[in-house]
Design a binder for this molecule. Structure first.
Ligand code: NAP
Length: 345
């Protein structure tokens, strides 16, 4: 990775010299990316043209979904990363110059122009959010909404359900387990990749039971944790954990298929005869199809945070230059909760 950003500075149209870092895809990776597949460069930041705003980014999201955009497989729910172009992703920033009446200097905005310290674009691409949101602006990058719609819409969670969540100490999983409980689940079980994460699940996050996914056959661990079976599986990983969930699932159980982190190349999700006999539902979802839930969830989430009813863990990576390596570390299980990158100074 070339993190030795060029020292040249440029002049913007107003005569004030402003430059910022941005990350481009240097080469499309075969399989998992390496830091050398990214290029960090320093570029001139122009003033906004009429109808545009200039935003100084404060935080951007890092998430495993970015691996799919790097690989560029067809059929993705959003545009893939193109070689030589600046990458994109969720970010939150502050408007520092506006040439559009819809946004003012000082507004806090959410948008999809991450992987850069400054974003200059038409105002319609930015959504104003509450500057004073409790407890901090970076929580706008939470994956709580993903967990919420996965549970409520895809899995049709019911009070009294026993819920199993994989990658449960991660951004989505940690929210899914806690929201399931807040919405009436009777028992919540999580799997994660280390002893420390397992202790965190049953400690601060209030899961009833948890196990390390490396500790022997998943199906055995799941049966021990859920002797009466499970009703809902919030699936972040696919593969062995999905197969185990299908085996341990009660009749009329529901699976919300959120992600495929642990899936190898196998074509079948698991024992489809069990799916048939037990009348199970497996429903894939993408959060983008459920954005009408955002206001309802946002209000609920802020209340839960203020009341201390939900824990929002966050890992903060410092600086865009460290983001490519952090993305690799993230998918290798190095972090807990939502991972964000603090941009600029
Ligand atoms: N459907 C949607 O709209 C939507 C939206 C956002 C995210 N997602 C998906 O949701 C999933 C979770 O995303 P996230 O941002 O919350 O990530 P995350 O869970 O915070 O981070 C990734 C975690 O995956 C686990 N992991 C890595 N390799 C694994 C494997 N082979 N088997 C099992 N677990 C493995 C690691 O946790 P451990 O060390 O604990 O195992 C790692 O910490 C991803 O698949 C993502 O693409 C879907």
């Amino acid at each position: 990775m070339d993190t030795s950003s060029k020292s040249t500075t440029f002049s913007s149209r107003s005569g004030i010299s402003r430059t910022g870092l941005e990350a481009r895809l240097f080469a499309r990776p075969e399989g998992l990316p390496a830091p050398g597949d990214f290029e960090i460069t320093e570029v001139a930041v122009p003033d906004p043209a009429p109808g545009q705003v200039l935003v100084r980014n404060l935080f951007m999201s890092l998430d495993p979904g970015m691996l799919m955009l790097l690989a560029g497989r067809p059929g993705l729910p959003m545009p893939r990363y193109e070689v030589g172009e600046v990458m994109h992703g969720d970010a939150i920033g502050e408007v520092i110059a506006s040439a559009d009446p819809s946004l003012d200097e000082g507004d806090l905005v959410m948008h999809r122009l991450g992987w850069r310290e400054y974003a200059v674009a038409r105002a319609g691409l930015f959504r104003r959010v509450d500057r004073d949101a409790y407890p901090r602006p970076s929580t706008y990058l939470s994956f709580g909404l993903v967990a919420y719609v996965g549970l409520m819409d895809a899995a049709e969670l019911r009070p009294g359900d026993t819920v199993f969540v994989s990658s449960a100490a991660g951004a989505t999983g940690s929210m899914a387990g806690q929201i399931a409980r807040l919405k009436g689940a009777a028992r919540v079980i999580g799997s994660a990749g280390s002893r420390d994460k397992v202790a965190h699940l049953t400690g601060s996050l209030g899961f009833d039971a948890a196990f390390d996914r490396h500790d022997g056959p998943i199906v055995d661990r799941l049966r021990e944790a859920a002797p009466e079976g499970i009703d809902v599986y919030f699936d972040n990983v696919g593969g062995e954990q999905l197969r185990a969930a299908i085996e341990v699932m009660n009749p009329h159980g529901r699976v919300a298929v959120c992600g495929t982190l642990g899936r190898r190349s196998e074509a079948s999700p698991g024992d489809l005869l069990s799916v048939l006999v037990k009348r199970l539902t497996l429903r894939g979802f993408t959060v983008g199809d459920h954005l009408e839930r955002a206001p309802e969830f946002g209000a609920q989430f802020r209340t839960w945070l203020r009341e201390g009813a939900i824990v929002h863990d966050e890992t903060v990576i410092e600086g865009l230059a460290n983001a490519p390596q952090a993305l690799l570390d993230l998918v290798n299980g190095a972090y807990t909760g939502k991972t964000v990158v603090r941009l600029g100074s």
